[in-house]
Each structure stands twice: as structure tokens, then as C-alpha cells.
Design a protein around this ligand. Sequence first.
Ligand code: CA
Length: 230
Amino acid sequence: MRILIVEDEPQLARHIRSALSRHGHTAEVEANGAHALQTALKEQPDLIVLDINLPGMDGFEVLARLRQARCPAMVLMLTARGEVGDRIKGLTAGADDYLTKPFALDELIARVEALGRRGGVPQAGSTLQVGGLHLNVPQRHVTRDGQTIELSPREFDLLQVFMQEPGRVFARTELRDRVWGNEQDYDVRQIDMFITRLRKKIDAGFSVPLLQTLRNVGYTLRPPVGTPSA
Ligand code: CA
């Protein structure tokens, strides 16, 4: 699913995003309520994880305006512990479910996926394709031109991040946050090492290299020119 995370605690937002992306979802983060509203209306995500206390505009207001604008996205609200009033207010305002902070990331994933099934959102991202490269998320299986490619769990996660947004350029710091979100001290230079290994596995022996380096900018996975993209 395409998910918008609206959360102003950067570390929590990052953890939520990496957990969602490990489960095959594409997630974006907004920390400000007013910006989140604009992004949600523009991008039409399938689901919004919405905190209540936010700068700019609080979560209740964001939700009310989304519903006013007939935004069909499902909304999972994050409420503070013990604030029963918040839950009721949120559900009345049109939230589909709520989760009380602090929560386990597994619980969040379970709620998100339950909402996805309820909302009939196609489980997008279960198979990703770029050129001849196919990545099956639930089976964690990768092939290129029908040939199986063995990846380590982290290499797989890294490739999944690229394949969810083909052509998008990722800075090393972003790749680190998306794949190694829980390990703050991970050195970005180690990302280069992972990229080198990943490139060997997915590109070596094939005439068209998919994983591109943009010097001093980052990395991107691009379908070869002239090939229709998936
Ligand atoms: Ca907050």
C-alpha cells in the first residue's frame, strides 16, 4: 500500500517507515499537520498513520478536513495512553482505527494490514518489477530474466527500497534510514559496500546495468532505456 505517516517525532517516524517498507509498503513521512493535509490530498495514499499532537494543525483537524474533501484514505490514528476522549473523538471524526502510544511496530503493521484487507486495497507491491528484475515481497524471492538471485536479508531490503520507486535517486543517508532504521550508528560508507555487493548480484553477467551511481548524489535503479517500465 501507499502510506503517509504523519508524525513529528523523527525517530518514531523513521522506525515506522522502515517497518512498513520491510513489509512491502511505500511510505512517506510528514511532520507538520498542514503539510500532511496537502500531501494527502495531492498524493491520495491508501492509508494515513496520523498522530494527534502535531505542529501546524493537529491530527483531528487534519482528519476532519480530509473527510470534508472526501479523501477516501483509511486513517489509523496514534493516540496517547489513557486519552480515551481522543480515541472517541478520532473515531467519530472518521478514523478507521486507532493505536495507543507507545506501541510495538508489529502491532502497527498488523493494524495497517488488517485495514488494508478491510478496505479492499490491492496488496500492491507484492511483486515489483524493473526491467527483467522481479522481486516477490512475501516470498522474498528475486529473479532477473527468470534466473534466481540469492540475496542476504539486508541486500533484499535495500533492493526493495529501490524497486518501490524506480528511477528515484536515493542519498546514502536515506538508504541507511530506510533499511537500517533501528541502527542509528550505521556508517554510510558501509552502504557503498552493500551497493557493490548488490550490484554484483543483480547486474554482473547482464548486458544492461540497472543499479546506477550518481557521483556525490546517491544511487538509483533505472529500467534500461527503451524498455517499457512495469
Ligand atoms: Ca506528536
